[in-house]
Design a protein around this ligand. Structure first.
Ligand code: ZN
Ligand code: ZN
Length: 128
């Protein structure tokens, strides 16, 4: 008897699923549309990010995000004092010819070791 009662309840439940199907489809469509918009925005940002000027001055203090593109003023000597962390740790950058990332060479910092690009791992040398 119980089994029959259950099977009797299954039919309305199935109807409910059918009724719910259309709103959930709309939700999926909305999610897909949102994802597409997000992908386009991210792609746009990535494309835009490669165009703005690469910083030519960069702070090497760990955790300090200071970087800027500007000409050195007369009398300024590297390394410059960083306006964000207040250390004398702002050096001129070199650009990785593989991926375009601005990198401060170890040699500029008085470290006699090759410098590897933090993004692609390629050695970055003076003049390239
Ligand atoms: Zn700094
Ligand atoms: Zn690189």
């Amino acid at each position: 008897m119980k089994g029959a009662g259950r099977s009797g309840k299954v039919a309305p439940a199935a109807d409910r699923v059918v009724m719910l199907a259309s709103p959930s489809r709309i939700a999926i469509r909305a999610a897909v549309a949102t994802t597409l918009v997000a992908v386009v925005l991210v792609g746009w940002k990535l494309l835009g990010a490669s165009n703005p000027p690469v910083p030519n001055l960069m702070c090497v203090t760990p955790g300090c995000p200071y970087r800027v593109r500007r000409e050195l003023r007369v009398g300024e000597v590297l390394p410059l004092r960083c306006p964000q962390c207040n250390h004398r740790s702002v050096f001129g950058t070199h650009v990785c010819k593989e991926c375009g990332t601005a990198v401060v060479l170890n040699r500029q910092r008085g470290i006699d070791l090759p410098t590897y690009c933090p993004r692609c791992g390629r050695e970055v040398t003076r003049g390239h």
